[in-house]
Design a protein around this ligand. Structure first.
Ligand SMILES: *Cc1c(COP(=O)(O)O)cnc(C)c1O
Length: 427
C-alpha cells in the first residue's frame, strides 16, 4: 500500500530537524505525533505498529494511563528538590525497587549511560577500597561489540568506530574480550587487578546477539571465584522485555521472587536499569547492589541534580507496577515464542532472511545480504509503508521489539505485515 496522501507536514518537520538539529542520528523518515499502547500515529494521521518501543523504553506501551496519571498527579505536586534535601517520594521508591529486585540498596540516576558510569565508579571504588587494588591499575573487563551508552569513558571501551573515533583521549582501564566465550573470560580473569566484568545479558545494539544458556551462569561462577564484580547492563533487556523480569533470570520471570530461584536466577553484584524503568515517560535509571558494595559511595562522591527526583521515582514505581499487574513478562515470553515460531516457518522457505533470534519480545532477523547493503533499510521503509515501524541495526539486522502490552491478534497481524513485506524482497 503506497501512501498517496499529502505528506508536506512531515516533510516540513523533517526539514526543521535537519536544518536546526545536530545530525547525530539517521532516523527513518516518519514523523510521529501520538502514541497509545502498541500503536503510534504520524502527523498525517497514519497509524503504525511500533516495533522498536524506543529501544525497549516503552515496554508498558505508549502513554500507559496508569503511568501518565501518576506523572500528571506528581507533576502538579512537586517535581524536583535536588538531593540537598530529603523528598517525600524517594525513600518510598528506594524501598519499593530494592524489594522488587531484591538488593539492599539503589542509587537512582536519569539516563542509561549515567547508570553505567555509576556502576563503573562503584566498581572501581569497591576494588580499591575493599579489595585493595592500586588506583592506577584497576581493570574492568567488557565484551566485544558492547553497547553501554555514549559518555567519554563508555565509548573508550567500545569497538564501534562511529561511536569512538575522534573522541579520544580515551579512559584507560578496560579490557575487551569475546562475548559468549567463557574461556576468554577465564583467561582475562588471570590478569592482575581485575575489579569487575560488565556485560549485557543479550547484546541488543549488536543485533540481539543471544548467548548460550549457560554463559551468564558460568560468568557468575567465575566472577565469584576471582572476587570480581559481575555487573549486568539490563537497560535494554530488563523489565520484562525478554520474557523474564531480568534477562539474567534466564527462563524465570521472578527476579528471585519464586521457588525456581536456585535453578534459574543468576544474581549480578551490580544491576543496571534504565529505559523501561519509567515506561518511556521520563528518564529514570538506577543501579542496584548490596551494602558491602554500595556503601563505598559516601556523601559528595557521586550524584546528579535530577537523580531520585520525586517525579521520576513516582513514574518508575507506576511503571514497575504495570509490569507486575499486567503480567507483561509472561506475555512477552508467550508472544515471543509465537513470533519466533511464525518467523521460522517463513524463514524455512525464504532466501532473503537467514535467521530469527532473541528471547521474549526482543528479537531480530538477519537479512541474507552484506552488512554494507541497504536491503535491511529498504525493508524497513516498506514495513513503514505497510504500517509497522522497525529499524535496522548493524546494517543487515532488523530488531523487532514491540511494546509488551501487545495481544496475540495484534502480533499475528504484525507477523502477516512482516512476512508480506519480506515477500516483496524475495527473488
Ligand atoms: C540504551 C542503552 C544504554 C544507554 O542508555 P541511554 O539512556 O541512552 O544513555 C546503555 N546500555 C544499553 C544496553 C542500552 O540499550
Amino acid at each position: 500500500m503506497q501512501t498517496t496522501q499529502d505528506t508536506s507536514r512531515s516533510e516540513e518537520l523533517m526539514e526543521l530537524e535537519n536544518k536546526y538539529g545536530a545530525h547525530n542520528y539517521h532516523p527513518l523518515p516518519v514523523v510521529l505525533d501520538r502514541g497509545e499502547g502498541v500503536y503510534v500515529w504520524d502527523v498525517e494521521g497514519k497509524k503504525y505498529y511500533d516495533f522498536l518501543s524506543a529501544y525497549s523504553a516503552v515496554n508498558q506501551g505508549h502513554c500507559h494511563p496508569a503511568i501518565i496519571g501518576t506523572l500528571k498527579e506528581q507533576a502538579e505536586k512537586m517535581t524536583l528538590t535536588s538531593r540537598a534535601f530529603y523528598n517525600s517520594r524517594l525513600g518510598v521508591f528506594d524501598q519499593y525497587i530494592t524489594e522488587y529486585f531484591k538488593f539492599d540498596k539503589v542509587l537512582p540516576m536519569n539516563t542509561g549511560a549515567e547508570a553505567v558510569e555509576t556502576a563503573l565508579k562503584i566498581c572501581r571504588k569497591w576494588a580499591q577500597e575493599v579489595k585493595g587494588l592500586p588506583a592506577d591499575d584497576t581493570k574492568i573487563i567488557v565484551a566485544e561489540n558492547n553497547f553501554h551508552g555514549r559518555t567519554t569513558t563508555i565509548v573508550s571501551f567500545s569497538n564501534d568506530e562511529d561511536a569512538r573515533k575522534g573522541f579520544g583521549p580515551y579512559t584507560p582501564g578496560f579490557v575487551r574480550i569475546d562475548y559468549n566465550n567463557v574461556e576468554a573470560l577465564e583467561e582475562a580473569l588471570q590478569m592482575e587487578n581485575v575489579a569487575g566484568f560488565l556485560v549485557e545479558p543479550i547484546q541488543g545494539e549488536a543485533g540481539v546477539v543471544t548467548p548460550d544458556d549457560e554463559y551468564l551462569r558460568k560468568a557468575r561462577a567465575l566472577c565469584s571465584k576471582h572476587n570480581v564484580l559481575l555487573m549486568t547492563d539490563e537497560i535494554q533487556t530488563g523489565i520484562g522485555r525478554t520474557g523474564a523480569l531480568l534477562a539474567s533470570c534466564g527462563k524465570c520471570d521472578c527476579a528471585g521472587h519464586c521457588e525456581r530461584q536456585e535453578a534459574t536466577y543468576i544474581r549480578p553484584d551490580v544491576l543496571i536499569l534504565g529505559k523501561a524503568l519509567s515506561g518511556g515517560a521520563y528518564p529514570v535509571s538506577a543501579v542496584l547492589a548490596d551494602d558491602p558494595i554500595m556503601n563505598v559511595i559516601k556523601p559528595g562522591q557521586h550524584g546528579s541534580t535530577f537523580g531520585g527526583n520525586p517525579l521520576g521515582v513516582e513514574v518508575a514505581m507506576a511503571a514497575l507496577n504495570v509490569i507486575r499487574d499486567e503480567k507483561l513478562t509472561q506475555n512477552a515470553r508467550e508472544l515471543g515464542e509465537l513470533f519466533r515460531s511464525e518467523m521460522n516457518t517463513y524463514i524455512a522457505q525464504s532466501k532473503i532472511v537467514k535467521l530469527v533470534r532473541g528471547r521474549g519480545l526482543l528479537n531480530a532477523i538477519v537479512i541474507n545480504d552484506s552488512p554494507d547493503s541497504d536491503t535491511a533499510w529498504n525493508i524497513c521503509m516498506r514495513l513503514r509503508d505497510n504500517g509497522l515501524l522497525a529499524k535496522p541495526t548493524h546494517g543487515n539486522i532488523i530488531r523487532f521489539a514491540p511494546p509488551l502490552v501487545m495481544n496475540e491478534a495484534q502480533l499475528r497481524d504484525c507477523v502477516s505485515i512482516i512476512c508480506k513485506t519480506l515477500e516483496e524482497f524475495e527473488n
